[in-house]
Design a protein around this ligand. Structure first.
Ligand code: BT5
Length: 325
C-alpha cells in the first residue's frame, strides 16, 4: 500500500547510489517530470537529501532517522508481513490501532508502526515507555488458522524471531529470552512482547503482536525507574542503529517462523527457543496471579508452558507469570 512518493523513495533506495533522472522516473511511474520533482520536494521536506549529478540525475545521499514504510519495505523479503504498513508519527498505542484495523478487515501481515506512543502498554495494562524516534513500537496483525489456546505460543515464536534478527545484524550483542515475553541483554530488558487476540471460542480472528524494542536510547533517555533494568541495542552495540533494517529483518524472520509453526506445530520452535533462552537451568521466582513459585526452571513443554521444579522435587507448570532470575 505504498504511496507514489514512497514508491519513488524506494526506487532511489534500491538504486544504490546510481543517479536517476527525472525523465527516467517519469517514464517508469507514468507521470510528468514536474510531478516527480514535487514528490522529491516533499521527501526533502521530510529530511531526505538528494545530490544533483550533472546530466545524469539525482542521488539519494541522506535519509532521516525515521521508520518510513518505504525504507522498511526496501529490506523486506516477505509475502505477507509488512506488505501493508500504517505509519504514525505519534499515536496512543499501536495495539489500540491494531484492534481497530483488525476488526475492519486489515489483511494478514498488516503492520502498525509509530515513532512514539503516549499510551504504550505492557501486559496487564502496565505502562510501556516509548521514547520518540528511539525505538521500535509496532504491532503486527496476523491471521493464522489456529485455536485460541495456541495464542500464547506466538509470544515465544516472536521472541525467537526478534532474537535471531538481532543476532544476524549486530555481532556484539548477545540477547537472551526471558520466558515468556522479554528479551534481555546482560540481564537488562531491551524488548517486551505483548500478544493479544480477537477470537471466537473455537477460532482466532486475529492475533495482535505488539513488539517494543529499545534501539537508540542512551541511558539518560530512560526514566528513573527503568535506569537499572532497561537497556537499548545501541547502548550494547555502542553505535546508533538503523531501525528500518531491524524492523524488516524481524518481519522476515517472523514470517518464516509463523509459517514453520503453522505447518509443523510448536516442536521446531521449541528447539529454536531453547537455544535462545536465558531462563532454563536457572533458579527463578515466578509470580503468577495466584501464587509465587520458587525453584529451578527445567524447561518448556511441547506447548510452550514453563516447568519449574520445587525444592521438594514437585514440578509446577506455569502458563503466565512475571519471572525474576
Ligand atoms: C511487556 O509487558 O514487556 C510488553 C511490552 C509491549 C510493548 C509494545 S510497543 C508496541 C505495542 N504497542 C503497545 O502499546 N504495546 C506494544 P510487561 O512484561 O508487562 O512489562 C512491562 C514492564 O516493563 C513495565 O511495568 C516496566 O517495568 C518495564 N518497561 C516499561 N517500558 C520499558 C522499556 N521501554 N524498556 C524496558 N522496560 C520497560
Amino acid at each position: 500500500n505504498l504511496t507514489l512518493k514512497d514508491e519513488i523513495l524506494k526506487r532511489f533506495l534500491s538504486a544504490n547510489g546510481e543517479p536517476l533522472s527525472g525523465q527516467q522516473l517519469g517514464e517508469e511511474f507514468g507521470i510528468s517530470r514536474t510531478a516527480i520533482w514535487k514528490h522529491m520536494q516533499t521527501l526533502q521536506d521530510e529530511g531526505y537529501t538528494f545530490d544533483t549529478i550533472k546530466k545524469k540525475g539525482y542521488v539519494l545521499v541522506a535519509t532521516p532517522d525515521r521508520v518510513d514504510p518505504a525504507r522498511i519495505s526496501n529490506y523486506l523479503a516477505t509475502n505477507r508481513l509488512g506488505q501493508s504498513i500504517h505509519y504514525f508519527e505519534d499515536c496512543t498505542s499501536t495495539q489500540t490501532i491494531g484492534h481497530e484495523l483488525a476488526r475492519n478487515e486489515a489483511v494478514d501481515g498488516t503492520v502498525i508502526i509509530a515513532e512514539s506512543q503516549s499510551k504504550g502498554k505492557g501486559r496487564m495494562a502496565r505502562h510501556w515507555e516509548s521514547t520518540k524516534g528511539k525505538g521500535i513500537w509496532m504491532t503486527v496483525i496476523i491471521r493464522p488458522n489456529v485455536l485460541p489456546h495456541q495464542a500464547p505460543q506466538f509470544t515465544l515464536v516472536v521472541a525467537v524471531a526478534v532474537v535471531n534478527a538481532i543476532k544476524s545484524l549486530y555481532k556484539h550483542i548477545h540477547p537472551e529470552i526471558k520466558w515468556p515475553n522479554d528479551i534481555l541483554i546482560n540481564g537488562k530488558k531491551c524488548t517486551g512482547i505483548l500478544t493479544e487476540m480477537i477470537a471466537e471460542i473455537d477460532q482466532v480472528q486475529a492475533l495482535l503482536i505488539g513488539i517494543g524494542i529499545n534501539v537508540n536510547q542512551q541511558s539518560s533517555d530512560f526514566p528513573e525507574e527503568l535506569q537499572n533494568t532497561a537497556t537499548s541495542l545501541s547502548i550494547e552495540e555502542n553505535e546508533s542503529l538503523d531501525r528500518a533494517i531491524l524492523i524488516a529483518t524481524i518481519l522476515n524472520y517472523l514470517e518464516k517462523y509463523t509459517d514453520l509453526y503453522v505447518q509443523h506445530g510448536f516442536s521446531p520452535i521449541k528447539i529454536l527457543w531453547e537455544e535462545a533462552s536465558g531462563t532454563i537451568g536457572k533458579r527463578i521466582r515466578a509470580t503468577t496471579l495466584r501464587e509465587v513459585i520458587e525453584g529451578l526452571a527445567i524447561g518448556i513443554t511441547e506447548d510452550g508452558i514453563l516447568e519449574i521444579q520445587l525444592d521438594n522435587g514437585e514440578i509446577k507448570r506455569v502458563y503466565s507469570a512475571d519471572i525474576e532470575l
